[in-house]
Design a binder for this molecule. Sequence first.
Ligand SMILES: [Zn+2]
Length: 204
Amino acid sequence: MLCDDAFDRYLHKSPVKHTILLNGFATAYSVRHSRRARNLRITIDPTRGLIATVPLAQHEQTVEPFLRKKARWILKYLSKAKRLEGKTIIKHSKREYEKNKLFVLKTVKERIAFFNSFYKFHHRMIRIRNQTSLWGSCTRTGNLQFNYKLVYLPKRSVDYIVVHELCHLKEHNHSQRFWKLVEKMIPDYKQIRRSLRQYVMQEG
Ligand SMILES: [Zn+2]
C-alpha cells in the first residue's frame, strides 16, 4: 500500500487537463487530487501552468466555480508567468550586493577609464547601487551610477552599459546622435541591447 506522500506523488504525476473560459479567455488547467490538501487551492507553475489541487474528500465540481471566482487573479498571474518564460531572473539580495559592490566598482572604473580615453567626457562620481530596473544611469550633473547586478552579465554587456552611460554625459537622450556615439566603441550594440532583454530583475 502507498503511504500518503507516495500516493500524493502518484496522483500528481498524472494531472487531468481541462479548459475553462475565464472572462472570455480559454484557460487550460490541470486538477490534482491530494490527501494532504485541506482546502481547494490553485497554483501557477512556470512550466505546468494553472493547477487546482483538490482535497480527496472534495468533489471536483467545486473547482470551476472557484476558478471563476479567482479569474482576475489567475489571468493576471498567468500573463506574468508567460512574460517570464525563458527569461533569466536576477533576484536582489542584500548579501550579494555587499559581496559584489566593490568588485563591480573596480571593474566599472577600469572600463570607464578605458573607453573614456577615446571619448574624453567629463564625469563626476561613480557609484554602485542596487537599482530595481536599471543597469545604470547618468545624472544631469554628471554622476554615473551602476547596478551591482552587472556582476551577473557577460563582459561585453558590461562594456555596452558603461559606454551607454558614458555617452549620456554628452547626449542626455536616446537620439540618433547618441546611438552614433555608442556605436563608435560598441559596433554590435544593437545585438547586445537585445540580449539584455532576457534578464528580469526581481526584488527579494
Ligand atoms: Zn540611456
